[in-house]
Write a protein that binds this ligand. Structure first.
Ligand code: PLP
Length: 508
């Protein structure tokens, strides 16, 4: 320490130093976007690769940002799967944008911890305002908005939104029947519902034998049948159980299937159940009037959530949740320790978002959503979402007009589900009799399609992920990464065809 006093504290937020280093960082990121197509989309590293190249312990002395960024380029970038690549067609997109980035930057820059109103009034108030804006863009009924009798909150993920609403529903019922009856509560979904719901049910203490994943079929486009829902509920009631909660989905993860909200809510209302609508992926598209009909019937639900961090350009993480009865949520999740007491809370005139979520501390996520909505405006956002759907239609046509392939589930948004067709495999296998209905041949068809996907992904040219529906292995082409243009979609199709030809010649 030399002659320096212990009181001479180093300033780790010096504004000049910040300016200098942050500019270097922005340049680094801009270069990354500029060069992103040069990298294999799916990272090709082996498990444990990073341990072999990084030091075994943290540096004792400071290192300059330039040498850190050099290591990022040399060691970290090869271990990235490039979600912002225009050739990323896996999972669902996590769209970046300049506005989303700047919003994230500003929120991080302020680094306020807005757990209640007084801890940062602007953070709470902006969140309530921006969530009403977005609710209006979705034409959600007034009963979900602050300007009506409901309200909304920004969570980090759909998993949290589902869990919190399930807790609210559970406690409403347990308050009347007594907490000893928790073993009687039953929750419902389809076999296409995201695994987030199963996890939420486990955490909420719903007995695993009371978790109903109702079967869907290809013939009904993998939508949950209101008829089957009713008969399942009825038989549970006969068994002395209590129907609690339905998690309906608009845009399932496997195939973007849409559950019929109106008819499902007609069933659940007879049993006083809570209905949550998980529109994590497809909610974004529903800001376009022509896709709004997919959430018709939402007025019968109790809560609705979707992830602007998927298709609405807000960067991770941002899940918007609207509830008709905020008090139900607050009753389950609020605590009031002495150290958080304040006049504003006591006045009951403010929203304390800590009571609408699991954690106490929270990021200023509303900032990025606000900047995204303002920077682009509703019209431009709609048009980009429309282009994604148009590009998916283009890809779908390319697949559908090639008889080596088939579409496995009808396309509704910008996800195309397809595979090499059994007839193409059967044709290539013409030397023997090939009945595509036999179990052996079904698994053979799956194996060929799995090989196709692996071969495409290991080429690095593009990245897609699979799903399995009714025992059928499916390739999912999820279009909508911010940088994806028509040329990338056509290129992807050419790569897929090339690999399929090789596989069909080699293995069949
Ligand atoms: C992506 C997705 C989820 C999970 O979202 P998280 O925010 O990662 O929890 C849930 N449901 C559906 C339909 C999804 O597409």
């Amino acid at each position: 320490m030399g002659s320096q006093s212990i009181y001479t504290k180093e300033n780790l937020l010096d504004s000049n130093e910040f300016r200098k280093q942050a500019h270097i960082m922005v340049d680094f990121i801009a270069d990354y976007y500029e060069n992103i197509e040069k990298y294999p989309v799916l990272s090709q590293v082996e498990p444990g690769y990073l341990q072999t190249v990084l030091p075994k312990s943290a540096p004792y002395c400071p290192e300059p940002i330039e040498s850190i960024l050099k290591d990022v380029q040399d060691y970290i970038v090869p271990g990235l799967t490039h979600w912002q690549s225009p050739n990323f067609f896996a999972y669902f997109p996590a769209n970046g944008s300049i506005a989303g980035f700047l919003g994230e930057m500003l929120a991080t820059g302020f680094n306020v911890v807005g757990f209640n109103w007084v801890s940062s009034p602007a953070a709470s108030e902006l969140e309530s305002i921006v969530i009403d804006w977005l609710g209006q863009m979705l034409v959600l009924p007034k009963s979900f908005l602050f300007s009506g009798s409901g309200g909304g909150v920004i969570h980090g993920s759909s998993c949290e939104a589902i869990l919190c609403t399930l807790l609210a529903a559970r406690d409403l019922v347990l308050n009347t029947i007594g907490s000893d009856s928790i073993g009687k509560l039953v929750v419902y979904c389809s076999d296409q519902t995201h695994s987030a719901f199963q996890k939420a049910s486990q955490i909420a203490g719903i007995h695993s034998r009371n978790f109903r994943a109702i079967k869907t079929t290809r013939s009904t486009s993998f939508a949950l049948s209101p008829h089957l829902l009713r008969s399942t509920i009825c038989s549970d009631i006969e068994d002395g159980l209590i129907p609690l909660y339905l998690c309906a989905t608009v845009g399932t993860t496997s195939t973007a299937a849409v559950d019929p909200l109106g008819s499902l809510c007609n069933v659940t209302k007879d049993y006083g159940m809570w209905v949550h609508v998980d529109a994590a992926y497809a909610g974004s598209a529903c800001i376009c009037p022509e896709f709004h009909h997919f959430i018709d019937g939402v007025e019968g639900a109790n809560s609705f959530s979707f992830n602007p961090h998927k298709l609405l350009f807000t960067m991770l993480d941002c899940c918007c949740l609207w509830v008709k009865d905020p008090n139900a949520l607050i009753k389950s999740l609020s605590t009031s320790p002495e150290f958080l007491r304040n006049k504003a809370t006591d006045s009951k005139q403010v929203v304390d978002y800590k009571d609408w979520q699991i954690s106490l501390s929270r990021r200023f996520r509303a900032m990025k959503l606000w900047i995204v909505l303002r920077s682009y405006g509703v019209e431009k956002l709609r048009n980009v979402l429309r282009s994604n759907v148009a590009l998916a239609k283009l890809f779908e046509e390319l697949v559908a007009t090639d008889n080596k392939f088939e579409i496995v589930a009808p396309r509704k948004f910008s996800l195309v589900c397809f595979r090499i067709s059994p007839s193409a495999i059967s044709k290539a296998k013409s030397s023997i009799i090939f009945n595509s209905k036999s179990e052996t041949n079904k698994s053979y068809i799956n194996e060929i399609n799995n090989k196709l996907l692996e071969s495409i992904n290991s080429s690095g040219g593009l990245y897609m992920t699979p799903t399995v529906v009714e025992g059928v292995f499916v390739l999912r082409c999820a279009i909508g990464a911010t940088l994806t243009q028509e040329a990338h979609v056509r290129m992807a199709w050419n790569v897929i065809k090339k690999h399929a030809d090789v596989i069909l010649n080699m293995h069949v």
